[in-house]
Ligand binder design. Structure first.
Ligand code: SIN
Length: 358
């Protein structure tokens, strides 16, 4: 982790953490082919310097580079580094809010991760953590990164309509809870946020805000970050026409700890998987069902009766359910060491059963 020395570090400031992504991307030939580029090329200090002259007066910025990657290569270790940096900043009285510049490909995973490990802390500290990114590289004509970063800084710094401390995301002029991010379009400028219940950045929608407050009231306790080397191995398996039992059985002699089954429709899966999934659960592998459709909820015992121990993912998409299951398995292991009678299903349900903003 590197940090840029800043004259503002000893005064109240907003902290901008850089993770890379298209917002920090460069295209060799931006005029002719802006979508052929490399993500994670420009430092976060340069991204901040680019918009410094239009930052609202009195807002001081400090930037710190945590990584500069294409987020498709996000790792458990980088999530942990980010989580620790965010928690530390939330506890620092000089940090008034945070913005994280991030690749949009896996911003969905980071959104749920931060909510689960420090959503309560952000709320209690009254600070907003804002994830943002871009769909066009930094040197493309009409690059969306600068305006997204500026919107994110405004959202992090102002007391907009009593919007409480918490973990949010801002893109293309709209803001949402970070747990509602889901990139379901390859190129649209609002790709990670287009399916999320959201509000205009300029004018907060009161009914969205009351949904945010309901989610926050239901989130009572942050979960621990797994230690290095102790992140449970969880795979996403997608059910499809012609699914084979071997897709499940090939894992049964591995160290895998959980499956997220991205089922068809309401979260059902091919009959060919029923027996091997039961075998997996008998062996102690955690199984969560979600839907591969990309939207809607997966409910307990619908469309079929769940095998004992299998959890439905509620509104969690497969990438979110995977992170939630990793954190739930880790929390259950720690609870077991502390002789607390809590299972991974208990911890998973805390995330999966959060209210949905309509
Ligand atoms: C990435 O996720 O790092 C690349 C794609 C993007 O940021 O939109």
């Amino acid at each position: 982790m590197t940090s840029n020395p800043s004259i503002f570090e000893k005064t109240p400031h907003l902290l901008v953490l850089g993770m890379g992504g298209t917002i920090a991307g460069l295209a060799p030939n931006p005029e002719e082919n802006p979508l052929q580029y490399q993500a994670g090329q420009v430092g976060v200090d340069a991204l901040v310097a680019h918009i410094q002259s239009v930052v609202p007066e009195g807002v001081k910025l400090v930037s710190r580079q945590l990584a500069n990657i294409n987020s498709r290569n996000l790792t458990d270790a980088l999530l942990a580094t980010m989580g620790l940096a965010v928690r530390e900043a939330l506890l620092d009285p000089l940090v008034k809010g945070l913005v994280i510049t991030h690749g949009t490909d896996t911003i969905e995973e980071t959104g749920i991760f931060l909510q689960a490990i420090c959503g309560k802390l952000a709320q209690n500290q009254g600070k907003r953590v804002i994830l943002t990114g871009a769909m066009l590289p930094s040197n493309a004509p009409g690059a969306d990164g600068p305006s997204n970063l500026l919107d994110a800084l405004r959202w992090a710094s102002t007391s907009i309509d009593n919007c409480p401390g918490g973990i949010y995301a801002v893109m293309d002029g709209r803001g949402c809870l970070a747990i509602d991010l889901a990139k379901r379009h390859a190129t649209a400028l609002n790709a990670p946020i287009q399916n999320a219940p959201s509000s205009s950045v300029g004018l907060i929608n009161p009914s969205w805000l009351s949904g945010v407050k309901a989610v926050q009231a239901a989130w009572n306790e942050d979960l621990p970050i797994p230690n290095e080397g102790e992140w449970p191995w969880v795979e996403i398996l997608t059910s499809h026409a012609g699914a084979r039992p071997e897709t499940i059985t090939q894992w049964l002699n591995s160290a895998v700890k959980g499956f997220v089954v991205a089922g068809s429709g309401q979260g059902g899966f091919h009959d060919a998987w029923a027996q091997p999934l039961n075998q997996a659960m008998t062996q102690g592998i955690a199984v969560v069902r979600t839907t591969r459709t990309g939207a809607g909820e997966t409910l307990r015992n619908i469309p079929e009766v769940d095998a004992l121990g299998c959890c439905a993912s509620g509104s969690l998409t497969a990438p979110r359910a995977r992170i939630a299951l990793q954190l739930a398995l880790n929390a259950a292991k720690l609870a077991n060491i502390a002789s607390k009678p809590l299972t991974w299903q208990d911890f998973f349900a805390r995330i999966a059963d959060l209210p949905v903003i309509r």
